[in-house]
Each structure stands twice: as structure tokens, then as C-alpha cells.
Design a protein around this ligand. Sequence first.
Ligand code: AHM
Ligand code: MG
Length: 341
Amino acid sequence: MLTINTTKLVTIERHISEEQSIYPSATGEFTAMLRDLTLALKIIARDVRRAGLNDILGMTTNTNVHGETVKRLDLISNDIIFRAMDHGGHLCVMASEENEELIAIPDPYTKGKYILVFDPLDGSSNIDVNVTIGTIFAIYQRLDPTLKTDGTMQDVLQPGYKQIAAGYTCYGSSTTLVYTSGHGVDVFTFDPSIGEFFLTFEKVKIPYKGKYYSVNEGNFHKMSRSIKAYIEYLKLPSSDGVRPYSSRYVGSAVADFHRTLRYGGIFMYPSSFDAPNGKLRLLYEANPFSFIMEQAGGMAIDEQGARILDKIPTSIHQRTSFFVGSPGDIEELVSFKELYS
Ligand code: AHM
Ligand code: MG
């Protein structure tokens, strides 16, 4: 697999402003907003790299040598995004996986036409053990972009197909940023010595089928009959060598999704009898991943077979079962569901 498919030296900011320049009505506001967000992502990347050295970790129960509770990196990341985004005049409201309620733009600042929803640090169980974690975000336009008032719950509860941009970072062996604004998916890699994200892979396309399946198989006995049958099928050797698939599961959705996007295959977080909507959040995880996956030629559905991007959210922390990956693999999964329904 190629990790670089371009020789152009292009930063994320340059890339976004070039993409925006195709719209004659673009004011530069969107580009400026993304610049603020990129700054937050760079600061989080730096703090992740220093986790463990700086009284920053994942669990609130950890104490430092002075007996003080260390700060939670996911809450710090949440705060960094808020402080980078509250005053730019571009947003009218935000929603974060870490905040129970909507996050209002404080009063002295102008309320703009965009909405930011985010998971500041996904993969919380992996923070303390040096395994890849990441930040996920999606951007919407408010229902009436001419308003200069606070954004409302209706503005935030838009279906995923209304996203105007989405992305995620992976803080792994390097820091990568995967981004789409509906013109394909591009990958940027952070050069910490220069402090810039550089374009390293343009217009990613997922293979039609992959060799990997990714699911928390510890939940196997809680899954529905059709999902269990599908997983058993993936493990069964076939004479053409296509199966068995290999199993990969990090437990950070950003990492499992990123591998699926680049190598193909399927990532699943199904429902179970004790969690009928699975675990992942529609707004902060499933929707941005689904927008990116469809832009890369893949598919994303829930356990009922509904397209994730068509789901109308009813609350900001709503969960959904989630199946995402290569079109050939998702189609095969659907055929199992039909067989067992
Ligand atoms: P988080 O947002 O609190 O980190 O939880 C979401 C994470 C995902 O990154 C990952 O796919 C999933 O939880 C793992 O859950 P499990 O431990 O049940 O497999
Ligand atoms: Mg998460």
C-alpha cells in the first residue's frame, strides 16, 4: 500500500483555500474556521505526545507523585477545541461528546453560520497505554445562514448527508489528518518540526473488498443471529483463498476506521441485546466516518440496513449500530441479513 501518492508540497490550509476558491460566493470564512480547528488539532497532537510526562493521562483516578489527580487528556482536548473555536465568529453553536448540553458561543463573540460537532479524543480506553487515539469532527451549516443568533438544537440535529466537511486525526506512529468537504478524501501528515500538516495522499479510494474484519468479538454472544453468522462466514476458509479474513481490532474507532479506509474490509459496532443501538455516537463518530467512507467509494449502514447519512438524529448523544467499509463487504453483510431475517 502506498502511503504517499503526491509530490506536491501542499499544506492543509492551502488545500482548503484552493478547494473553496471553486465557489464564486466563498468569503474565506470556512477556510478561516478550518485554520482555527487545525490549530486546535496541532495542540492536541502535541499534548498527546507528552501524555504521561506532564501529569496528563486518561483516567481521573490516576494520581501524580504529589498525590494530585492528573488531568484527563480527553477533557483537555475538549477545552482546547472550545478555546480555539469560540471566538472566531464562524460558529453559532458546538456539540461535543464530552458535554451533556450544546456548547453556546459566548456572548461577546459574533455568531456565525457554521456548526461544529466533535469527539475531542476518541479511543479513551487506549489513552493510558500508548495506543492510537484521535479527534473526530463534522461541520454543518445552520438552517438559516443569515441569522446572527445562537444556533439551536434543530440546527445541530441535521442528518449526516448535510455535512459540509468532516475529518479525523489519528495520533499514531505519525499524526495524520483525513479530511473531506465532499470532493473526495485527502490525507495529511503532520511534520512536527515545521508545525504543518502536508498533503500525503490525494483522493483515497477504498478497495472494493478487503481482507480484514474489525469488531469487538468479546460481544459475540450478545449479537444478532445474522451478524454472528456473517462473522463465522468470514472466518471460514474458502477454496479460492479469499477467506478466512484476518481479524484486527484496536478499540479506537479512528484507528480501526483508518485501517479499513486504507486496506479495505469492514469495521462493525453492532447492536447487542443489552445495547440495542450499539455504542458509537451518530453525530460524533458514525456520521463523519460515513461521509468520509462514501467519499472514498465505500458504504456505511446501521444494523437495519439504513444508510447512516440518512438517519435523522433526535438527540445529540444518540447512539447507532454501525457497519462501514468496502462496498463488496457491506453488500455481502446485507445479503446475510436478508438470509436470516
Ligand atoms: P470513546 O468515544 O469514549 O473513546 O468510545 C468510543 C470507542 C471507539 O473508539 C471504539 O470503536 C469503541 O469505543 C470501542 O468500544 P469497546 O471497548 O466496547 O470495543
Ligand atoms: Mg469516541
